[in-house]
Design a binder for this molecule. Structure first.
Ligand code: UDX
Ligand code: UDX
Length: 439
């Protein structure tokens, strides 16, 4: 089967290599020439464990090009995996998806199935079908199918090769049968439904996970007030298989390319139909407050940020990626800069991307030790293993004032007790063994 894929971001490129791994012949199309040359040289333009190895291993079956006409004209299946970023009003920007739909219509010379992998609002598959049919140049039949992805960054290859489920949304049997063939060697449950339900499954899944995080963050905030411990509370809840123990880690809120935009997009879509999704609205509000929780906590220790040396550990929205999209660091660091602080930051993967936004306002350090040296306060934004495994005794040895504000609950509170630090994390008792409270 000849497959073309539009867009080589996390979704497009990972899908491409995993399909190639299952013996399909795949052509990846991207408008970004620089990216295409990198991929032709066997280099992955994104940081994703296992991706480059798989790209190289399957190089005979994957081609990369900017020439969409050549790629689409005789493809049996064309996946759309271009981005659907958030617009200012919270709705999804579909212009990239629609422009690919027009390119497909102008290029194809035989019947084919167009598969929408990008996360798109409910009803978009219908619009894509209409756009393609309106712009068709050849006398061919096009079937549009929804096939949302559920991969997480950092485990994207594994999530695709060993998917929890493959959801196929179709209006015609022929499209469903084609996709069943595409995925026949994948060892995953396949569920076939109609297109709108498939589109909704994607949003409902992401928004539910975001809701779970905002819920546990609210309970954590209350635990701090009433002196309960969120780790124990979450563990106690997680034993109930109806609740499950996953996605109950409290912290400074969810980021990334999906949860923030998908909660806002579904909320926007519901409002458009005059229905208010109250749980999603609350999810978004809780997350926005959570992202600045450490800055608020810092006021317990200092009147303001002016003149402070702040150590920042972690810039990316989660470990295992160099992605900064919607990362808490991007909300907090501008507040620190505005407040007149001197910022030293460390991240094992995200520094180059962060430097593009803040080339000179932040001092970038090679090690955690260098970052915390002489600092007045330390903010932990990402739970990298290097942070979790860091010897906590070093904080009091190296910092001017060893105040640790941990937005990812990296350390066991009991272990911090003898470390001569102020350890303030999310939803847990604050250890104030250090001789000062307010400096
Ligand atoms: C994906 C999905 O597409 C999005 O809907 C989902 O919600 C999150 O994940 P991602 O793979 O992260 O997005 O997108 P991004 O990293 O922005 O990559 C998109 C790629 O498409 C880029 O390489 C871009 O150059 C390319 N592109 C964009 C095209 O080839 N053509 C276009 O018209 C627009
Ligand atoms: C998410 C979904 O998990 C995936 O299924 C979907 O296809 C795309 O969106 P991703 O954005 O890569 O994947 O990351 P994920 O691991 O889900 O984390 C998202 C954010 O939630 C991160 O900022 C993470 O720190 C935060 N998070 C996650 C928590 O704060 N607590 C948790 O318990 C879990």
């Amino acid at each position: 089967m000849k497959i073309a894929i539009a867009g080589t971001g996390y979704v497009g490129l990972v899908t491409a290599v995993c399909l190639a791994e299952h013996k399909h012949s795949v052509t990846c199309v991207d408008i970004d020439e620089e990216k295409v040359s990198l991929m032709k040289a066997g280099i992955s333009p994104i940081f994703e464990p296992g991706l480059e190895e798989l790209m190289v291993r399957n190089k005979e079956s994957i081609e990369f090009t900017t020439n969409y006409k050549e790629a689409y004209k005789d493809a049996d299946v064309i996946f759309i995996g271009v981005g659907t970023p958030e617009k200012k009003d919270g709705s999804a920007n579909l212009s990239y998806v629609y422009s690919v739909a027009i390119q497909i219509a102008e290029s194809i010379e035989k019947d084919c199935v167009v598969v929408v992998k990008s996360t798109v609002p409910i009803g978009t598959n219908d619009k894509i079908e209409a756009i393609i049919n309106k712009n068709l140049v050849s006398d061919v039949k096009v079937y549009v199918a929804s096939n949302p992805e559920f991969l997480s960054q950092g485990t994207a290859v594994r999530d695709t090769l060993h998917a929890s489920r493959i959801v196929i949304g179709v209006e015609e049997e022929i499209a469903g049968n084609t996709l069943m063939k595409v995925y026949q060697d994948f060892n995953a449950p396949i569920m076939v439904t109609n297109r709108r339900s498939a589109e909704m499954i994607k949003y409902a899944s992401n928004d539910f996970l975001a809701l779970k995080i905002s819920f546990i963050n609210e309970i954590a905030n209350l635990c701090e007030i009433i002196d309960a411990d969120i780790d124990d509370v979450a563990r106690g809840m997680g034993y109930d298989s109806r609740i499950g123990s996953k996605f109950l880690n409290s912290g400074i809120g969810y980021g990334g390319s999906c949860f923030p935009k998908d909660t806002k997009a579904l909320h926007w879509l519901a409002s458009f139909y005059d229905y208010e999704l109250k749980t999603i609205k609350a999810t978004i509000e809780v997350n926005e407050n959570q992202k600045i929780k450490l800055i608020k906590k810092s006021r317990k220790y200092f009147d303001g940020l002016n003149g402070l040396t702040i150590a920042v550990l972690g810039l990316t929205f989660k470990p295992g990626t160099d992605d900064l999209r919607e990362a808490p660091s991007l909300v907090n660091i501008p507040i620190m800069i505005e407040g007149g602080a001197n910022i030293k930051a460390w991240d094992p993967a995200g520094v180059n991307n962060f430097k593009k936004i803040y080339p000179s306002e932040v001092i970038y350090c090679e090690t955690i030790e260098e970052t915390i040296e002489d600092a007045d306060i330390c903010f932990i934004f990402t739970e990298w293993d290097e942070v979790k495994n860091f010897d906590i005794n070093n904080y009091s040895k190296l910092m001017k004032h060893p105040i640790i504000l941990d937005g990812r609950n990296c350390y066991d509170v009991n272990h911090t007790k003898n470390a001569n630090i102020v350890y303030d994390s999310i939803g847990r008792a604050t250890i104030k063994n250090y001789e000062f409270a307010i400096v």
